[in-house]
Design a protein around this ligand. Structure first.
Ligand SMILES: Cc1cc2nc3c(=O)[nH]c(=O)nc-3n(C[C@H](O)[C@H](O)[C@H](O)COP(=O)(O)O)c2cc1C
Length: 363
């Protein structure tokens, strides 16, 4: 594997210069402008990533995602993520996005949704390293500053992993986020931190370890195990938006702030206020809140009673009554730092497989 010179542009300054990096993972329909504002209120990550801009022959950058760039007053750098494969369309979109205040462009090489990977974009591209080579080369030329990649370990196996890491070096990628699962493993398997460690050793740029970084304690353990430069956190930042400031406390050797159920109730109010818009019908607003609360509920009670009741609420008044009942009856009770075992946010896609490993998946 060749070792060309390291990153050309420095990464944006982090909040605590001496600490490992933190980033909010890109999440479609979640990491929009309102959620970034909420996350920043409770302790911003070093970097934000937008949900993906879809790129195809007819595409124009989606207006609601552009808002997270143009109206963002969080003060934290934002990387604009693209998903696509057609080089002229990707380059055209990069040029359009360069007019916005972005820290860089991020390429999605990991989305596991079948309707996405069947088009050979996102995680589908991991089957075709030659295509990745061409795409990285063209985008590297088109992006004047920081160009980053977010990838899974492979499609159904890790067979192409080291070759793709070589391409990350060949094209002088500035930052690599690695979600330690294959596309086929979805969200059900353990995270293969050993492969993230391999990436951190092999590539010339900083690596963000991604997947099941669920608490400040887990972040420390993952950083120690992988040697990564930082952590990227998705679902657990929805559950617990204090996670980034808790990580900074832990890495500074301070005690990690505990969160009470009353604080979580306040977080839910803030989410509602930030995401609410008069044009959105109440049922749609309630549905959006439930998307967040599915994750929050993992740390409210070990029986999953909050989740059970919350999922049955039909109106905003019913939803808030459920929140009051479960969160304000004992307001000083602690919100669990980790999800309660067996309390699953999205049973259709996160129920763990019995002893799932990369070998069984690729077989
Ligand atoms: C609702 C949802 C939407 C997501 N959308 C994106 C996306 O737009 N781009 C992307 O690269 N990954 C996306 N992901 C994957 C996350 O960025 C992250 O890699 C994954 O959730 C694992 O990290 P976690 O265990 O910290 O959640 C999404 C995940 C979720 C749960």
């Amino acid at each position: 594997m060749s070792n060309p010179p390291a990153a050309r542009s420095p990464l944006p300054a982090r909040i605590q210069p001496s600490q490992a990096l933190t980033a909010l993972a890109p999440m479609q329909d979640v990491t929009d402008l309102p959620f970034m504002r909420v996350a920043a209120h409770y302790g911003a990550p070093d970097y934000f990533f937008t949900e993906f801009f879809r790129v195809h022959s007819q595409s124009r950058p989606e207006k609601h995602i552009l808002r997270s760039l143009s109206e963002n007053k969080t003060g934290r750098p934002i990387f604009a993520q693209l998903i696509g494969e057609h080089i002229p369309d990707m380059v055209r979109t990069v040029k359009a996005l360069l007019a916005y205040p972005i820290a860089g462009i991020d390429l999605n090489l990991g989305c596991p949704a079948p309707k996405i990977y069947k088009k050979n974009v996102g995680g589908g591209l991991l089957r075709d390293p030659d295509k990745i080579d061409a795409l990285l080369g063209a985008l590297r030329d088109a992006v004047p500053h920081l160009f980053t990649v977010k990838m899974r370990l492979g499609f159904a196996s890790t067979d192409n992993f080291e070759r793709i890491l070589g391409l990350i070096n060949k094209h002088q990628i500035d930052l690599l986020s690695v979600h330690g699962r294959s596309v086929k493993e979805g969200y059900r398997s353990d995270v293969h931190y050993d492969f993230i460690g391999l990436a951190a050793r092999v590539v010339n740029c900083p690596v963000l370890a991604n997947g099941n970084v669920s608490s400040a304690e887990k972040a420390s353990a993952v950083l120690a195990e992988t040697g990564a430069a930082g952590v990227m956190i998705g679902r657990h930042a929805i559950r617990n938006p204090w996670i980034f400031s808790q990580i900074r406390e832990r890495l500074a050797g301070q005690s990690v702030s505990a969160i009470t159920l009353a604080q979580v109730r306040e977080y839910i109010d803030r989410l509602y206020r930030e995401t609410h818009s008069p044009e959105v019908p109440e049922f749609a607003q309630v549905a959006k809140m439930k998307k967040y609360l599915n994750f929050v509920g993992q740390s409210v009670d070990e029986a999953g009673a909050f989740l059970h009741d919350m999922r049955r609420a039909l109106t905003a008044a019913e939803l808030f009554a459920v929140c009051d009942r479960h969160l304000l009856t004992e307001p000083s009770r602690l919100f669990s730092a980790e999800p309660y075992p067996g309390v699953i946010a999205r049973p259709n896609c996160e129920t763990p497989l019995q002893s799932c490993s990369l070998d069984t998946v690729s077989a």
